[in-house]
Design a protein around this ligand. Sequence first.
Ligand code: AMP
Length: 355
Amino acid sequence: MQQELKPITIGIIGGGQLGRMICFEAHKMGFRTIVLCDKEGSPASFVTNKTIVADYDDRESLASFAQQVDVATFEFENIPYETVNFINQKISVYPNPKVLKITQNRILEKSFLQKIGVEVSDFLQIESLEDLLLGFNKFSKSILKTATMGYDGKGQFVLESEDSAKAAWDEIKNNPIILEKFCPFDLEISVLVARSTAGEIKSFAPVHNEHKNSILDKTSYPAPISNELQIKAQNIAQNIAKELDMVGILAVEFFVINDKLLVNELAPRPHNSGHITMDLCLTSQFEQLIRSIMGLKLGNSDFFTTGYMKNLIGEDVLSWQEYCNDSQSKLHLYGKNQIKDGRKMGHVNVFAPLK
Ligand code: AMP
């Protein structure tokens, strides 16, 4: 007996390391992948069945991409909303473009969170230097951020005086801007939550995130917070995914202050802090994403050991062999052929078994 088995192809919009790791997981599960990316030689392009290199407003290429895939997802939130919306009119894109629109803009995101009853740090939309000085006088120590297109601390300024406020204003005045009250947090955690096409929801336990120069340096499990707070954080993350009516994976970043949780930021895609799940959990964030968008049951998201994820930033990557030779570590490199300061080149997951 011989029977044709039609392959299923997952489209990935964006070609960075997250796209690359989505491809690995998709292939492991037997799916094919096509990556849509605006640059040649992207990290995902080396591990996918096919890459379509096109500008994100090249409608002909977007339509061709949509025609060749069964379902699509995006791997970073700075893909233009119009691109994702256009593709979503032809085939399903998960999470849907409405989720992208909200999470692309810190003002829309924080307003949405407040509307559904989630606590965030105080913030103001800033449209003039006058707004900024009024806001600074209200909040005192605060952070000025571009409302869109920021990542890894880019476009952010800590304000401690009117002079620093004026200088920061000059740097970013041509962008949509948000001013946030500085939050003197004890620590930062994140929760990854998956929601499937069937509405099934599963979150991973919170992980503890430590930054260096505004870039994530280390993520560890377990997060040093009480059981009650761990459950509370997961409940908040699950509620946000439900309220967004999203399918896919959502990262929810929190500030922890005593026993209080403030949501700092959302990312509707696999997240750097979720890389720890690749080697320390029964199901990784990438497998959970594929399961959620393919209408499959979600996997068991339990951690089976304690440990941490360390990012290899810039020249850190030159020590890759040391990590590879350590029996407690799992190395993941992103295939980037140029080292730059602050560039994420890979990460390593390190087991620290439960004692
Ligand atoms: P973000 O891009 O919003 O995730 O900010 C990057 C990092 O800056 C966060 O992980 C925090 O360490 C810090 N940060 C951002 N917003 C605030 C805030 N309102 N108060 C204190 N620290 C902040």
